[in-house]
Design a protein around this ligand. Structure first.
Ligand SMILES: O=P(O)(O)OC[C@H]1O[C@H](O[C@H]2O[C@H](CO)[C@@H](O)[C@H](O)[C@H]2O)[C@H](O)[C@@H](O)[C@@H]1O
Length: 332
């Protein structure tokens, strides 16, 4: 705790614009040749981060004899990105396939959202939930073959001491964002999101400048960025990667080599989890993106519809009788 924020507004604007898929796409459709060059770039990129669907067998060939554990981000992964954060619903078909996956593998949702909010979208009691970028972790409220009674309830809240501060900053930002049409502040309990998807480009710099000046009074908080959102959170050494490690530990797989964690996410904050998997040399990180991006993930999927297809293929593959599945015998 206590690292000073060093934030330069111009850099904010650049990084915010870079993290905006709509800007990237809009630029790419300006002309036919630009569109073609966007496709070329994507094809080059996807060779480096191959499709998790086209490489499905290869991914799971590497998981011989070990337990798969699923980690799923929410926005942009299970639900498409929409203008109104309160209406980022997942489809019933997606819910069904996540439910099926959780029957076979321990499954966790790891989100920047407040835990209750993401639960209200997903509505599956058999899952683990790590809300507020992993700072609020709770076990399943429904027992499955993967859960043990003692793992129910809240498991970990490393940022509780920051609650009054986060609430104070929320109230300040709520008041100050009124001057910026299209902006909104979302209270994610242990973190805040300042949304600017619907803010006119002309006033973006002043919005970022306003947030920066509010944060100057709170050196204990830091800013990260997502898709057209500024995220404000405690400067503690905790993120989605740490949450992934914590959950593996809780499930009894902390030091084990016979586990294959699969993490699927679309945003900058998911990179911490991809990096953990790379550093452990375990499992597969899958980035959801239809534009080239630097990432610690190993594979890619273009959009939530492909995530659904991937999950449903995983469930089907798990259900296949061993005789029809060349890798199945070796799997848990
Ligand atoms: O970790 P995640 O589950 O991906 O949450 C990250 C942020 O997601 C939400 O914002 C994003 O999705 C919205 C709905 O599609 C969209 O309007 C917004 O522009 C995106 O940034 C959520 O509202 C944030 O609080 C999360 O931090």
């Amino acid at each position: 705790m206590g690292k000073q924020n060093v934030i330069v507004p111009d850099q904010w604007v650049d990084s915010m614009r870079a993290s905006s898929p709509t800007h990237a796409k809009a630029a790419a459709v300006l002309s036919g040749s630009q569109e073609a060059s966007h496709d070329d770039e994507y094809h080059k990129w996807v060779k480096q981060y191959p499709s998790a669907l086209s490489n499905f067998d290869d991914i799971f060939a590497a998981s011989k004899g070990i337990q798969i554990v699923m980690f799923l981000d929410y926005d942009g992964t299970l639900s498409p990105i929409v203008d109104d954060p309160d209406r980022a619903f997942m489809s019933d078909a997606m819910r069904e396939v996540v439910r099926d996956a959780a029957r076979h593998f321990p499954t966790a949702i790891v989100s920047g959202r407040c835990r209750d909010k993401v639960f209200s979208f997903v509505r599956l009691r058999e899952l683990y939930y790590a809300g507020s970028h992993g700072m609020d972790i709770k076990g399943p409220s429904k027992t499955t073959k993967h859960t043990k009674a003692k793992r129910k309830g809240v498991l970990f809240q490393p940022a509780s001491v920051f609650l009054p501060m986060i609430d104070e900053v929320y109230k300040t930002l709520l008041r100050k964002t009124e001057l910026f049409p299209g902006s909104s502040v979302e209270n994610n309990t242990f973190s805040l999101s300042v949304h600017y998807r619907c803010v006119d480009d002309k006033i973006l710099s002043s919005l970022f400048e306003m947030v920066k000046s509010v944060l100057e009074d709170y050196p204990e908080l830091r800013r990260t960025s997502g898709k057209k959102v500024l995220e404000i959170r405690p400067s503690i050494n905790w993120d989605k990667g740490k949450a992934l490690e914590f959950l593996l530990e809780s499930l009894g797989f902390g030091d084990r080599t016979d586990v294959f964690p699969v993490y699927i996410g679309d945003d900058c904050t998911d990179e911490d989890a991809f990096k953990v998997l790379r550093d452990r040399g375990q499992g597969a990180g899958i980035l959801v993106s239809d534009i080239p991006k630097e990432t610690h993930a190993s594979y890619s999927l273009r959009e939530p519809a492909e995530v659904k297809e991937f999950l449903s293929r995983l469930v089907e593959w798990k259900r296949l009788p061993s005789s029809k599945n060349k890798y199945k015998d070796a799997m848990s």
